[in-house]
Structure formats: structure tokens, C-alpha cells
Design a protein around this ligand. Sequence first.
Ligand code: IMP
Length: 300
Amino acid sequence: MDGIRATLCSRNAHKARELERLLPGWTIEPLEAEGWPEETSTTYVENARAKAQFGREVLGAGSWLIGEDSGLEVEALDGRPGIESARYAPEGAPAIAKLLEELAGVHERAARYVSELVCLTPEGDEVRGSGTLVGRIAEEPSGSEGFGYDPVFVPEGEERTVAQLGDAWKERNSHRARAARALLAALGGALVLVAAGCGGMDRDTKQVLNAFFAGGPVARALGARFPHKPGTLPCVLHDKGVTLQATCATDISLVKPARAVVTLTEAWNHGAQAHTWFFFIRRDGTVQSVIQEGRPAPRR
Ligand code: IMP
């Protein structure tokens, strides 16, 4: 199966490049179109959805579409520029200068970035992911990577701005990185349909999943708990002598000729708590990298 080709319905070229790095194996192309709708909504999600739906109008049914809306919320400015971030002032130096002017003499400089992603599958289903990055606004700009307000945004726990921390840092930690991981988790089910087809796994998928579970010590250990094909199994976890009912789920997506993502999720407390591993693997089952989300489940 070919990798997923999606269209990002945004005029911001930075975001298409960022998202392509954040969704391994996906090809993300920016939407070339005239007549973009005004961003009239009061929420990021609605704006993101409107962008994705505009993409659907332009390209028709049958393609993967992503709408993204993001912004910077500054506590001392009652959450401004927020949803208006792109229109606050021209992006880059002018917007930064205006922000620093508004914050002149203000000591409480807490802020956060917000990103909302709305993905429309070829069948028209909507899948979402959101992410935030908490921090503060620096007194003056520094650094040259990233874009927008990055030269004045210092993430919590860091001393340097996002523009100084750089694109590699952003790839792991940004609000969009978090939103992309949440989207991948939410997409699990939809991706299975793409990879395996409704009702079953094709031969390639079966081989890759078997190779993964047979391949390394971590996958072998997890393999005892997780189903060896896309789907869910009841399983049990033990917390301080109490046995919890849980569900262990496996998803796989063959995302490019040479790559695949295996998603293993265990959910307990009626699904209110979950722990997910995203294994980015090669077709021979060997693991390239792993991301984990959520709280590890209690163990015996
Ligand atoms: P929109 O989502 O296209 O409406 O624009 C969001 C605006 O928020 C951008 O133009 C930037 O000004 C700001 N913004 C969103 N994400 C980032 C980021 O990662 N770094 C810096 N600025 C950002």
C-alpha cells in the first residue's frame, strides 16, 4: 500500500513542512486554491474544520484532508491574540514588536500555544487531535528557527526560546507535535481500514505485524498481551493486589513502501485511562523509533 497522501488546508507553508515531519510516512501537500473562507469562528476547532471542509469543496471526496488552526494565548492580555494570532499583525517581526510593546512593563508573562487538527478521511469521517505548549513571553526576541512568535516564546522548564531550541526540539515538543500525536492515536481505527481493508488484513500487513512481534525483546514481551492482528482483546492489569479489567488493542498502518506504524494501546477504568505505544517500524519488523503517550498501566 502507498503511504497516506494528505492535503493540508492552510496557506502557511511552515505548517505543512512541520506536519510532514510530525506524521511519519505521510506526504503532506499544501492546498493550492483561491477564495479561502474567512476565519469567522470563535473556536480553533471550528476554524480548523472549516479549512478542511473548504479543501473537500476544492478537491472533492476521496482524499485525506487536514485543517489546522493555532494561536498564541497570553494570560496578561486575557488570552489575546489567541484565535486572531494570524491577523494580529503581519507574521514575524511586526507581530513580535506589537506583542512586546503591549507587554512592556508587565512581569506576569505566562502564555501558551494551542493547536487543533481536524482530519477528514476519504470516507468523510472526522478525526481530531489537540495540543498545547505552556510557557512565557521573553523580554526580547532571540533565535532563528521556527516561525511566528517562536523568537519570544520560552517553554516551561526551558531558559531559551523555541526559535533557539530549534526545529528538532519543536518536532518533539510543540503544540502541533502534541496535536499530531493525539491525531495519530485517534486515527488508529481509520488507519486500520486503510491498511487492512474492511474485514481483514492483507498479506503484507500480516507479515509486517508478525515480523514486529517476533523481532525485538520489547515487542516480544508486549506480544503476549496484544492481539497479533488489528483489533482488541480483553486483558487484565493488577494494581496493588486489585485486578483491573482492561482492553489491549493493536493497530497497524503501512504508511510508505518501506515503513509502518504499529499502535498498541491498553485502556482501563472503562477506557478513561490509557497508555499507547507508537512503534515506527521498517517492513522487516525492526523498530526505528517509539513514542509513548498516557500513563503506563499498573503492573503486578
Ligand atoms: P492560523 O492557524 O493559520 O490562523 O495562524 C496561527 C498563527 O499563530 C500563526 O500565524 C502564528 O502567528 C501563530 N502560531 C501558531 N503556531 C505557531 C508556532 O508554532 N510558532 C509560532 N507562531 C505560531
